[in-house]
Ligand binder design. Structure first.
Ligand code: SAM
Ligand code: SF4
Ligand code: SF4
Length: 354
């Protein structure tokens, strides 16, 4: 078949389980200025080669092809996305495409105070700051860096510049921050933010994961019910990863139960690494290389065909598969062995974007 004769632009695609292609996590760098123990605990990492890292224009072009097939939301992530110079320019570039209705950012907050205004001016729709503790000593222990006060400055700046959609994401870790659930809810309330507790996942390999460190959705709800009284779930979450709840006083918070109650059945997310590998699942062992055909100036129709056929063949339900192993007593430690991680940096969370 002559691909150039078939115009597949603007036709949305669904995968093998009828899940549409809608939300794209765009990792703009694999580098990070923190070393969170659940994400980058190793002293040394193999970084993606600089010449392979996509320019903003290349990223926008690939996002455009994805938009042709249904993507309308983009989340900038990493690594730490604010380490990528001039990120507001990328936000502007992506929003020039009217089909992209939302560009969001997930950041550790360290550099946020510097960039909040410029990001807002560029049209960034939502900001999520990852914050696991309110205690500077714990922060240092968890992240290996003394940057707690800069993260607080970043959080402060989000309110000042006027972002209306502001979330704090907390990885809930048993034996580490289980005593900070309600302080984090109160802290978020003060900044008119919504906190979301994420269950600790065994994604990647170097993540120090074990099931006994997972503070599950049920444990979180029990602890909060003891503190606040009745907690009610909000209506259906659709394709959103978080189930939202409200406290008796109306305060809303979310839980992302990725480990104990995965939401693969509704998952419309894929991930593009900073060097242009497209992963159809957070747990996928390999990605589809979009950089190579892009840099070979493949015809747009061929680019769309690569993306369309990749998504149409998608069967991934990674977190559900991990849970099934757990239930069969076969899940031990991390997903991937350290030696394999050294050979392929894409296997880590900080490369494929959280
Ligand atoms: N550096 C940015 C940040 O930390 O917000 C963006 C990238 S980070 C990989 C994205 C999200 O993944 C963060 O909220 C982080 O807490 C979360 N994350 C990383 N490793 C995780 C793990 N093992 N389990 C659950 N969440 C994890
Ligand atoms: Fe922590 Fe995010 Fe950096 Fe991972 S990428 S080490 S979660 S700040
Ligand atoms: Fe989606 Fe894969 Fe996460 Fe399941 S594990 S929710 S399929 S990215």
């Amino acid at each position: 078949m002559n691909l150039r004769s078939v115009n597949t632009a603007q036709v949305p695609v669904v995968d093998r389980y009828e899940r549409p292609l809608r939300s794209l996590r765009l990792s703009v760098t694999d580098r990070c200025n923190l070393r969170c123990r659940y994400c980058m605990p190793e002293p040394e990492y193999v970084w993606l080669p600089r010449e392979d890292i996509l320019s903003f224009e290349e990223m926008a072009t690939l996002v455009g092809y994805c938009a042709d097939l249904g993507v309308d939301k983009v989340r900038l992530t990493g690594g730490e996305p604010l380490l990528r110079r001039d990120l507001p320019r990328l936000v502007r570039l992506l929003l020039q495409d009217r089909r992209i209705t939302e560009v969001a950012l997930t950041t550790n907050g360290v550099l946020l105070a510097e960039y909040a205004q410029a990001l807002y001016d560029a049209g960034l729709s939502r900001v999520t700051v990852s914050l696991d503790t309110l205690r500077p000593d714990r922060f240092r222990r968890l992240t290996g860096r003394d940057e707690f006060s800069r993260v607080l400055d970043g959080i402060e700046s989000v309110g000042k510049v006027g972002f209306s959609d502001f979330k704090l994401d907390t990885v809930a870790i048993r034996g580490f921050n289980d005593d900070e659930l309600s302080p984090l809810i109160e802290f978020a309330k003060h900044y008119q933010a919504e906190v979301r507790f994420i269950e600790y996942m065994d994604v990647g390999g170097a993540n120090e994961w074990s099931m006994d460190k997972v503070l599950s959705q049920d444990m979180i709800l029990d602890a909060l019910a003891r503190r606040y009284g009745r907690i009610a779930p909000m209506p259906e979450r659709g394709a959103a990863p978080a189930q939202r709840f409200h406290l008796p006083d109306g305060t809303i918070f979310g839980i992302i139960p990725s480990t104990t109650a995965p939401f693969c059945a509704q998952c419309d997310r894929s991930r593009l690494t900073a060097d242009g590998l497209w992963y159809l699942c957070l747990y996928a062992g390999s990605g589809i290389d979009l950089r190579k055909p892009l840099r070979m100036n493949e015809h747009p129709e061929q680019m769309r065909q690569i993306i369309r056929s990749g998504w149409a063949a998608r069967r991934d339900r990674g977190a559900e598969a991990r849970k099934a192993l757990e239930q069969a007593g076969l899940r031990e430690g991390g997903l991937i062995e350290i030696d394999r991680l050294r050979e392929d940096p894409h296997l880590e969370m900080h490369a494929r974007g959280g």
